[in-house]
Design a protein around this ligand. Structure first.
Ligand SMILES: Cc1cc2nc3c(=O)[nH]c(=O)nc-3n(C[C@H](O)[C@H](O)[C@H](O)COP(=O)(O)OP(=O)(O)OC[C@H]3O[C@@H](n4cnc5c(N)ncnc54)[C@H](O)[C@@H]3O)c2cc1C
Length: 396
């Protein structure tokens, strides 16, 4: 009864109530409902794929996902880089997510009219002195060993590809399989798509996950929501919410990162990588540069991440080094990357049954969002994720 009344409470429109109150539909709702905690890219992707599979999804986060996007989504560059041909499960998962983007972009455009800016633009990695060239060679050979496709270009050929780059390049490597996507358009489209398939937003800050059967979450207001399944996708806040479900307190920490949107005085063909930073054209014709890398710390709700003057200077210097001239800042963003232990996201069932976690995507949340949504959907609806999820298990 608790499940019934709670689920009815979650769908508030008359159409929804009708959908859920017929005897067969009610049964379906009990079997097929899911609460998702967190409206970042991961929560939205899970919401999209689950609702598409016919699951009644309620996305729980404070802000309306149609209006507000999470700070990491706003700061993110949307670089999808260097897929490898590695046979291990982790490489296969990255590759799968890369491959999902092409059909997903078309599907979302059809369903929502939103262009997510997915572009097979390629990437050029450059070095301006001997030390940088040494590091670049070592980095390229590591990736080549794992089957990444790349091609060395002469400095002249590299300058022909990207004439806007500063003079003096001494080594350059082309990554033809690099892609990019617009994270904010992606977030918008995933949520519009989920809405179209019947997902709903429930505003609220989750205080804890109940650890009960049926699965439940409790909001700070004391309100309790119940469904068949709960997916915890709260980004850097995940550990604190999952402790009574077997998540270690430091399973996911937070690592701040910043990016700048710059007024473009030049045009870039594709992504430019330099010493771990990326420059790329935005879908509005500006340039992005990022990202800074702060050390990981425990998540602190009372201390929201802010852009800093130091981060701004660091990124302006990068842009000036690579473009050879100074740039004007249009926007400066900062977000917390959810950093997992041992470098692999947590995408796994929790205990007791009915709870799942999808977090810790760190620097690859945009890249991994489609495969995370798809795998969790298969896991929840069919009992099998369809791909080897061992790398993302809780025990590590
Ligand atoms: C500067 C920067 C550049 C990046 N560039 C790239 C890139 O080029 N390519 C790439 O693949 N990745 C990139 N990333 C990483 C990527 O952006 C993140 O991995 C991804 O956005 C994380 O998504 P998430 O949904 O897990 O977390 P978040 O976006 O943090 O979402 C978590 C959600 O949970 C909600 N929440 C938290 N606590 C609660 C609670 N108690 N109750 C209710 N809701 C709660 C939050 O409000 C938020 O809506 C970048 C990140 C940064 C910061």
């Amino acid at each position: 009864m608790v499940v019934r009344s709670r689920i009815c409470h979650l769908w508030s429109t008359a159409a929804d109530a009708n959908l859920l109150l017929g005897p067969t539909a009610l049964e379906l709702a009990i079997v097929h409902s899911c609460l998702i905690v967190g409206g970042g890219l991961i929560g939205r992707s899970v919401a999209y794929y689950l609702s598409r599979a016919g699951i009644h999804v309620v996305l729980v986060c404070e802000e309306d996902p149609a209006r507000i996007q999470s700070a990491p989504t706003r700061a993110s560059l949307g670089v999808l880089t260097r897929p490898t041909a590695g046979l291990d499960s982790l490489s296969a998962f990255y590759r799968l997510s890369h491959e999902l983007y092409d059909p997903l972009a078309r599907q979302l455009a059809e369903e929502t009219g939103v262009d997510i800016g997915w572009t097979a633009c390629g990437g050029l990695e450059v070095a301006y002195n001997e030390q940088e060239a040494l590091r670049l060679r070592a980095h390229v050979s590591r990736l080549q060993e794992r089957g990444a496709r790349c091609q060395w270009l002469s400095p002249i050929a590299a300058a022909e590809r990207e004439p806007a780059l500063a003079l003096g390049m001494i080594a350059a490597c082309l990554w033809p399989q690099d892609h990019r996507v617009d994270p904010q358009q992606l977030a918008k489209a995933l949520w519009l798509g989920a809405l179209r398939h019947g997902a709903r937003h429930h505003p609220g800050h989750v205080a804890h996950l109940d650890g009960t059967d049926p699965p439940a979450i409790v909001l700070e207001t004391g309100e309790k929501l119940t469904a068949d399944t709960v997916v915890l996708a709260a980004g850097a806040a995940t550990s604190a919410l999952g402790v009574n479900l077997g998540l270690a307190p430091r399973a996911v920490r937070s690592a701040a990162g910043q990016s700048l949107q710059l007024q473009a005085s030049v045009h870039l063909q594709g992504i430019v990588h330099w010493e771990g930073y990326h420059l790329l054209p935005t879908s509005t014709g500006d340039l992005f540069v990022g990202a800074t890398n702060d050390p990981a710390t425990a998540y602190d709700l009372s201390d929201p991440v802010q852009p800093t003057e130091q981060g701004r200077q660091e990124l302006l210097e990068v842009a000036e080094r690579v473009l050879g001239h100074s740039c004007n800042v249009v926007q400066h963003n900062a977000g917390l990357r959810p950093k997992p232990r041992r470098g692999r996201a947590l995408i796994a069932p929790l205990q007791p049954p009915g709870y799942y976690v999808a977090s810790g995507h760190y620097k690859n949340g945009v890249l991994m969002a489609p495969a995370t949504g798809q795998a969790l959907t298969a896991w929840i609806t069919e009992g099998d994720p369809g791909v080897d999820m061992t790398p993302f298990a809780i025990e590590r």
